[in-house]
Ligand binder design. Structure first.
Ligand SMILES: C[S@@+](CC[C@H](N)C(=O)[O-])C[C@H]1O[C@@H](n2cnc3c(N)ncnc32)[C@H](O)[C@@H]1O
Length: 358
């Protein structure tokens, strides 16, 4: 028996000698903590260090109330074939490059890739499609891609090559923009951005700016497949995010922030409580930490920062989009909808988008 081929993971980080995943992270942490009282934040990357991402990937499918996972899984189960057929590969003789931004556990991806393999009529020595999972942790990419290979390797063999990209969204955008990745200029590129992760960017500004920065060539047939969580009953949202078993994942973010600043004990055990609340005004769920009493953090290279009892640090937001907000997101992102699939029960949308000609 021959063993399955080793999966190549390319290191695309702009600075390869840094121990942490993004060289911007320490300065982002310091700038978030040095905001005025009540406005303080930590970057959401703190939730996805090696430990955090492993916890998230292992438990996300088991969180019963966590509808974004169930909603998207439902869409894939029902429409994976339609989605796969909607991604144009015609001009390039059936060839395509797929890059999944913030790929995570790859559970849902396996349904898509199996459907995509079904659109290939034969098996080739050089598979016509290459799939790249992009994420922050090399060890998690190794693990999740090996699981993917074990699950669907035979189905996709000769049709889709499975690969990894180790780096950030910015790194991926850089290699696409400069073509450091040496992608064949004729072959369409399809970006997957799933799980409602666009909701982690600031609504109305950073979300659309991020979408605009993804270099898509609609003449070549490039597309972006985007998972978008729509506005819904706040109770459903709070139930989905505010459950006990997510606590270790969220609380690890404090340790990750301390480690990124070279001071793992910066946030002392027992001094912070988990924060989880739907912010009605901003239409977003907020996760973070509440200071249990007045305390001072000695932030490396910055100095002392005073936190009052009850003060909140937000580490992650999850925007829920109304219809006008969705239209504005696409307009400002210079994107047009090719086709969309809605999970009505959970009000969750998967949209295939292309660059709008202005
Ligand atoms: C909410 S999870 C979604 C995972 C997966 N896409 C899904 O739908 O289940 C966000 C993912 O994005 C990754 N991520 C967060 N910030 C990132 C960044 N700046 N660059 C690349 N990946 C990032 C995390 O490691 C994590 O895998």
């Amino acid at each position: 028996m021959t063993s399955p081929p080793l999966i190549e993971i390319y290191d695309i980080r702009s600075e390869k000698d840094v121990a942490i995943f993004s060289s911007k992270l320490p300065s982002d942490i310091i700038s978030g903590l040095s905001e005025s009282q009540g406005q303080r934040t930590l970057p959401s990357e703190c939730l996805y260090d090696e430990i955090g991402l492993k916890i998230y990937n292992e438990v996300v499918s088991t969180w019963k109330e966590y509808y974004p996972y169930k909603a998207e899984m439902g869409i894939w189960k029902q429409w994976a074939d339609d989605i796969a057929h909607s991604m144009s590969r015609v001009q390039a003789g059936g060839r395509a490059v797929i890059i999944e931004f913030g790929a995570g556990s790859l559970d849902k991806t396996s349904l898509f890739l199996s459907a995509l393999a079904g659109t290939c009529t034969s098996r080739e020595n050089t598979p016509p499609i290459t799939y790249y999972a992009l994420d922050l942790s090399r060890s998690e990419l190794d693990r999740t891609l090996s699981d993917l290979q074990n699950n669907i390797g035979q189905d996709v063999s000769g049709k889709i090559a499975l690969k990894g990209l180790w780096g950030t969204y910015d790194d991926a955008i850089r290699i696409l923009t400069t073509n450091e990745g040496n992608f064949d200029k004729e072959i369409p590129i399809h970006i997957l951005f799933l799980g409602g992760t666009i909701g982690n960017f600031t609504k109305g500004t950073h979300d659309s700016a991020f979408l605009r920065s993804i270099p898509l060539n609609s003449e070549r047939g490039d597309t972006l497949l985007l998972g978008l969580d729509q506005a819904k009953d706040p109770e459903m949202i709070e139930r989905a995010y505010n459950f006990e078993s997510a606590r270790p994942w969220i609380m690890n973010g404090l340790l990750a922030a301390g480690k990124a600043l070279g001071k793992p004990g910066l946030f002392k055990d027992g001094h912070w409580e988990r924060y989880a609340k739907f912010n009605k005004e901003m239409g977003r769920f907020e996760a973070g930490y509440v200071s249990k009493f007045d305390q001072t953090l000695d932030v490396p290279t910055f100095g002392p920062v005073l936190f009052s009892s009850g003060e909140v640090i937000v580490v992650s937001c999850s925007n829920k989009y109304t219809e006008p907000e969705t239209e504005r997101l696409f307009d400002d992102g210079h994107l047009a909808v090719v086709k969309s699939w809605l999970n009505e029960e959970y009000k969750y949308l998967l949209c295939l988008l292309k660059t709008k000609h202005t």
